[in-house]
Design a protein around this ligand. Sequence first.
Ligand SMILES: [Zn+2]
Ligand SMILES: [Zn+2]
Length: 267
Amino acid sequence: MLPISDYHMHTPLCGHASGEPAEYADAALKSGLQEIGFSDHAPLFSHKDPGIAMDLSQLPGYHRTIEDIREKFSARLTVRIGIEADYMPGYEKETRAMLAAYPYDYVIGSVHFIAQWGFDDPIQLMEWDKKDVNTIYREHFKLIRQSALSGLFDILGHVDLVKKFDFHPTEDMSEEIEENARTFKKAGVVVEINSSGLHKPAGEIYPSQAHLKAYRKQGVLITFGSDAHKPQQVGRDFDKARDWALAAGYDNYVMFAKRKIVKTVKL
Ligand SMILES: [Zn+2]
Ligand SMILES: [Zn+2]
């Protein structure tokens, strides 16, 4: 069966998504989903960028809007309130306080920055030429492990986002991948299968089969997310995402409420 829940979608508050939340919910119903979760980009503490994330002052409005959608669609669709928060070393305290201030169903932790460098930002693409690709991969994975161990997050988003622009390591990363898997299991975090990678230069779902197989071996659980930045992207490529999970040995995924796993669903 296709996944019935999509846990990764944005709202215009982040400055680079379009469409009203109600349109995302409508699109979800049309594509046969039974549950969605909004997970817009949480305010950044390192710097302000209205094109990347909402401002702290917009957070109450975000919650009001999603609560409203939850109410309106309650008879037809389960709507969860999540958020996608950046992991940045040094800002754990602020992030923890922000996340504790609202009743989330789940929090997705993502790494979009190595130090201050937005490595997945097309505007900062030329930085890739100045650095060693293997070092970038190792730094990224180290941050991902730190994010898992921080205790801030329930789900880790697009854990091999570093492949987005189709730059790949020239050295073997299997040790890193194994260490990631062990760390995720130890930390009790769930990993997201994110279908948006298919529409990026990498042309592949996040994370790769090598990652997923290692997680499966360790017993790390999964969720599904389209990372929709437009209503028509809700649930996109979930047939491929399901096949991707099955190919790595997964036969189920989990659903959240109030920051706890409440259901396991068969694929
Ligand atoms: Zn985004
Ligand atoms: Zn992201």
